[in-house]
Design a protein around this ligand. Sequence first.
Ligand code: WT7
Length: 649
Amino acid sequence: MLDGRRYEVPSDLKTSAYITSSEYEKKYKESIENPDKFWNEQARNIEWIKPFTKVKNTSFEQGKIDIKWFEDGQLNISQNCLDRHLATKGDDIAIIWEGDSPSLSRQMTYKELHEQVCRFANVLKSQGIKKGDVVVIYMPMVPEAAVAMLACTRIGAIHSVIFGGFSPEAIAGRIIDSNAKLVITSDEGIRGGKIIPLKKNVDAALAKPEITTVEKVIVFERTGHHDAWHSERDIWWHEAVNAADPYCDYEVMDAESPLFILYTSGSTGKPKGVLHSTAGYLVYTTLTFKTVFNYQPKDIFWCTADVGWITGHSYLVYGPLSNGATIVMYEGIPSYPTPNRLSQIVDKYQVNILYTAPTAIRALMAQGDVVVENTHRNSLKLLGTVGEPINPQAWIWYHETIGNSRCPIVDTWWQTETGGFLITPLPGAHALKPGAAMKPFFGVQPALVDNEGNFIEGEGEGNLVIMDSWPSQARTLYGDHARFEEAYFATFKNTYFSGDAAKRDADGDIWITGRVDDVLNISGHRLGTAEVESALVAHPKIAEAAVIGVPHDIKGQAIYAYITLNAGEEADDALYLEVKNWVRNEIGAIATPDYIHATKGLPKTRSGKIMRRILRKIACDEADQLGDISTLADPSVVEKLISEYKCLL
Ligand code: WT7
């Protein structure tokens, strides 16, 4: 059986890694028994302008959720990621950029990055941006995206990065929710040879009369093509930056000052503006980056995540740069223009640590050995994965084919809300099991509970909760603390509920089994079924919608949408296409339904509640396991749905 395998700690790492097996045991115990002492020491890994005297001040008590770490300390994140490295690492490469086209590449030293950030911080200031203002970043994967983020942190502005794949509708919603004052974008982006009209999307979003707060748009020139130019509003990045002063002093920030907002999907309603704060986030991402990836000075680190996701924030930008690391930032996709592109990039820059997602691994695996053709990948020392449970087969392929059977794989479980890794192996401490996220990181106390909230001890499966706070935990949802409490602390009293289930095996190792709420995981990206449903019912021809996740070989999950149409409307291929495009325009390409099933009636209880359990079984071809359907108002809809399902395939 594939998932019975174990991979021992490589002998060199047993002694040389930052955290070895005995150190893990000792430090983990200490971090739980005396979090103040443990985090007090770890916080010395970053620089403080004013040292803190208080470490942890957190409450998970219902109605009183309050999370503060290092609260009376002061610091600046851009100072930690840039200035503090200048004396010793100023000429080291901070960012290696590889363009979508293999002929394009750039490098930026820490000194150069520092100057770009200072200049851009001055540009922001000259546009009236102040401490506490919200700035939207809607950029392709270019170094300037990181420059923009760091410039915000330099002056204390709160950034809200929006993934470049999101639609004008989605951008508008996020701008309205956060009252953003300024938008930073690019004329266009390029991924896999395809153009993404970023500026045009921003223009379309800002054309909405509900948006009243955005004063300026700064546009980075990537391709040289764009449509309209609003000269009273739009500013060219290069013109402004060239005219700006090359030094900008950093703001003194309180430990708990808001750092960034990142929107993510929940099981209900519109996306949630997850708010992270300054010191705890930096302490935690700095420590986890160094120890989980066992990052050694001069290592080349490549995280394939887009800056629009939390992975891009914590482990492409902040964690690595705080450690003075050299990062690879790649604009494109793993198999363009040739199937072996990812492997070529590893060889080209002698990448030592590669961090990517199961969906990318499976997509490569499906293409066979061409993806490693003419490459050797001998520079790799460690691999990482994140985003969804990795199936053992994909894990083993990643290990053997990409990593030449030499590199440990860290399967890091975490979330937008957690800021950093919570459950993950440490490569020098833990033997690995393909598909297991293994052990809690320092200071993290996971537990499993049944649906009534009773603890499951020993071997078993249940809802994954975290018993106490860790420094990089989200502090609130922007402008809606009540929703924060409701979403994470109300299901199981006095604990943080992740929305995931997990099982604990006989060795006490943890395997994440996936979401238990109405959140889908499409190619490692979170999407609420409610969000897709509300986009569907906004279509003039659709009366009702119910969205289900079904297994998909590459993406992990695909979207299966049941719809009923308004009287007089007919379902045909043209309508299906129209509906798919509609959802893509409302949310973005990742939300495009793979299957649309138009029907006359959905299975409902007598009180009118849609029975998703039944819809899920039908969509997953498990109609033989429907269970009890006696509570349905009209049981005949089930037979009809099953026969329609068979025709759809
Ligand atoms: C959800 C969080 C954290 C960065 C990427 C996604 C799933 C994430 C793993 C993993 C199994 C994982 C969970 C989680 N997930 N990493 N290693 N093993 N599942 O961030 O969009 O906030 O999604 O992704 O279901 O709740 P996100």
